[in-house]
Design a protein around this ligand. Structure first.
Ligand code: PEP
Ligand code: MN
Length: 360
């Protein structure tokens, strides 16, 4: 599917002078909770009020949402505050109910995007709708599944589309709940430059302390908006307690974010520069992560050599590797001199660490 400008008309039509903001609790818990949060968000820059009605929980036995009853509460939000509403749908029955209750925007969760059967069922149920539909990235960093979800909806005649980047799950523990893998979002933008892309720092971080930084990176990477889980009493939320912020923190975050509103050529230059710098930061962090991993592996080799009383430096193997790296570097446009300098430094660091291990 080639890129379609019509997919972003809904966002352009809003003529916002700030990124789109979707906020509200992870889950609708009670009517009072939903309405209280909505009233606190009413006179802010928030554009859509979110609340999960059907909650996909990884393990059974947790709060799984209030169900269709919550749709009545979202209708009340609209009546009382005038805010537009949104919720997650995960099957045809959800879609039918949400459309009947006039929810303004629907999103498809990360655990649904992974399943082409579910995506197709949802797309069929949404056929021809003019509602806005946002597709979260799948839980695994598979760009095709994400694009496939959008394509299924587009083919079903859904034209008001967008995507939400909520990070990816990993087996290894990290400081994130779902690692951002920004390069996947950048690739997504390259494939569909006109498709609105929203960042969800809440599910990426799993931790309210990190929401600001991830939001800023997203804006520097030209994301069109943010979805931030917001609750008046985050600690006691029935789901995702650690990552929700209060309405006043949300306002603070929105005020502190550097948002470039100007459209003159200087601003264009700055915005492009910031975007490229943010991409460099992402890659530099990946290089650091990889170097850290490499040194851990080298430590393991040091341990083995110690057991067997083998010398640290194995020159023959190292010279073979270096020759291969020079060739592979050349294929990537990297000079021999650079490759030699860089890998010698990396190798030296490994040797220093192994020597410490062997003599330690
Ligand atoms: C949510 O938005 O509350 C949610 C369940 O998100 P995700 O599908 O990203 O896990
Ligand atoms: Mn949540």
């Amino acid at each position: 599917m080639e890129n379609k400008k019509e997919m972003r008309t809904w966002l352009d039509d809003m003529k916002l002078n700030h990124p789109l903001v979707i906020a509200g609790p992870c889950s609708a818990e009670t009517e009072e909770q939903v309405l209280k949060i909505a009233h606190e968000l009413k006179d802010t820059d928030v554009n859509y009020f979110r609340a999960g009605i059907w909650k996909p929980r990884t393990r059974p036995g947790n709060f799984e949402g209030v169900g269709a009853l919550g749709l009545k509460w979202l209708q009340k939000v609209k009546e009382e505050t005038g805010m537009k509403t949104c919720t997650e749908v995960a099957n045809a029955a959800h879609v039918k109910l949400a459309l009947e209750h006039d929810v303004d925007l629907l999103w498809i969760g990360a655990r649904s995007t992974v399943s082409p059967f579910i995506m197709q069922e949802i797309a069929d149920a949404l056929e021809g709708t003019d509602k806005i539909v946002l597709v979260k990235n799948p839980v695994n960093p598979d760009l095709s599944l994400w694009l496939g979800g959008i394509e299924r909806l587009y083919s079903a005649g859904v034209k008001n589309l967008g995507a939400i980047h909520r990070g990816f799950s990993t087996y290894e523990k990290s400081k994130y709940r779902n690692i951002p893998e920004w390069q996947v979002a950048i690739e997504f933008q390259n494939k569909f430059p006109d498709l609105p892309l929203i960042n969800d720092p809440s599910h990426i971080t799993g931790n309210r302390e990190m929401i600001f930084d991830v939001s800023q990176t997203a804006l520097d990477l030209n994301f069109d908006g943010l979805m931030i889980e917001t609750h008046f009493d985050p600690e006691n939320a029935w789901s995702d307690a650690a990552q929700q912020v209060t309405p006043s923190s949300l306002i603070q975050i929105m005020n502190d974010l550097k948002i470039r509103k100007e459209t003159d050529s200087e601003a264009q230059y700055n915005s492009e520069l910031n975007n490229l710098r943010a991409q460099i930061d992402v890659v530099d962090n990946q290089i650091l992560d990889l170097l850290g991993k490499r040194m851990k592996v080298a430590d393991g080799i040091g341990g083995l050599k110690k057991q067997k009383n083998v010398a640290v430096l194995q020159s023959k193997r190292w010279n073979e590797i270096l020759g291969k790296m020079v060739l592979e570097g050349e294929e990537r446009g990297l000079s021999e001199e650079f490759i030699l300098r860089m890998f010698k430094a990396v190798h030296q660091e490994s040797i220093n660490r192994q020597e410490k291990i062997i003599n330690g």
